[in-house]
Design a protein around this ligand. Structure first.
Ligand code: ATP
Ligand code: MG
Length: 269
């Protein structure tokens, strides 16, 4: 697979072992084994309905598996709730944009920061001094993050007024605001035009390097996946059909049949 020794020695950030979930009679994810090492940009691909978002929901503990395990930094996640997993260092974006469209770009980031810090809404209501201090620090941190993600000039703008590509970027900035080690991106390029896809590809690589994180992403845009991901797992009907580097995946007969034969980019997805 062309992975060098040094890459193999990197610590394992995320592992799934025989990960399986059934909804009634439907096995949405079946015995999936992923091994994702630190600083890798890892792709999860597959046709519509293959189970990709369900894999994310299992990793982030929105769903609990019927069988199998999720290990994050070697710890098996069992009883943890999604909010706890965020505090442990895992952040995600969703397939459909989730922003507070009526609030400013800066406030969107500050709200995301609350997820990680021990501050509750009632502390802000009471105007506690200790809270005030934390809040000032948060606004400073938010501005720093907006600068690092190229959004600072839009800090005062309403999130909903931003062009689509920048709204997607803001979503990623909000995920970064929780200071993750592992970032999960569910179709970050969905609905983007080719130029936006090119910019996003560059942006994802930059944040991996600058924030020293590991990234797992789901995408239908093959140009983005093949340019960006160092390792890829392809699934169909919840099961792995191929695993390897972009070259392996491009040439895999099962992937071509199940997935690459359908040109989703052409459909504007
Ligand atoms: N909570 C649930 N209850 C029942 N079925 C579910 C649930 N969540 C997902 N499914 C089913 O699991 C299968 C996989 O869905 P999933 O959303 O994970 O696919 P996907 O690969 O993300 O597809 P897409 O590319 O369209 O986003 C689908 O058949 C879906 O209907
Ligand atoms: Mg999905």
């Amino acid at each position: 697979m062309g992975i060098s020794q040094t890459e193999n020695e990197r610590p394992m950030v995320l592992e799934t072992k025989d990960l399986t979930i059934r909804f009634g009679g439907l096995t949405a994810v079946s015995h999936l084994n992923l091994q994702i090492r630190k600083n890798v940009i890892y792709g999860l691909i597959g046709p519509n309905g293959a189970g990709k978002t369900t894999v994310f929901n299992l990793i982030t503990q929105h769903y609990k598996p019927t069988e199998g395990q999720v290990l994050f930094n070697g710890n098996c996640l069992r009883k943890e709730k999604p909010a706890q997993v965020v505090k442990m260092g895992m952040a995600r974006t969703f397939q459909n944009i989730r922003l507070f469209t009526g609030l400013s770009v800066r406030d969107n980031v500050v709200i995301a920061m609350h997820m990680r810090l021990d501050v509750s809404w009632w502390m802000s209501m009471l105007g506690l001094k200790s809270y005030q201090k934390k809040e000032n620090a948060m606004y400073e941190k938010a501005d720093k993050l907006l600068k690092r993600t190229g959004l600072y000039e839009f800090a005062e703008h309403e999130a909903g007024s931003l062009p689509y590509g920048l709204q997607r970027r803001l979503e990623i900035a909000r995920a970064l605001a929780t200071e993750p080690e592992l970032l999960l991106l569910d179709e970050p390029a969905a609905g983007m035009n080719p130029q936006e896809v090119t910019e996003l590809t560059k942006f994802i690589r930059e944040i991996r390097d600058e924030f020293d994180i590991t990234i797992l992403l789901i995408e239908h845009h093959m140009s983005l996946v093949m340019n960006l991901c160092e390792e890829i797992t392809a699934i169909s009907y919840g099961k792995e059909i191929a695993h390897g580097n972009p070259e392996d995946i491009k040439n895999d007969a099962q992937v071509i049949e199940a997935y690459l034969g359908v040109d989703k980019d052409a459909k504007g997805k």
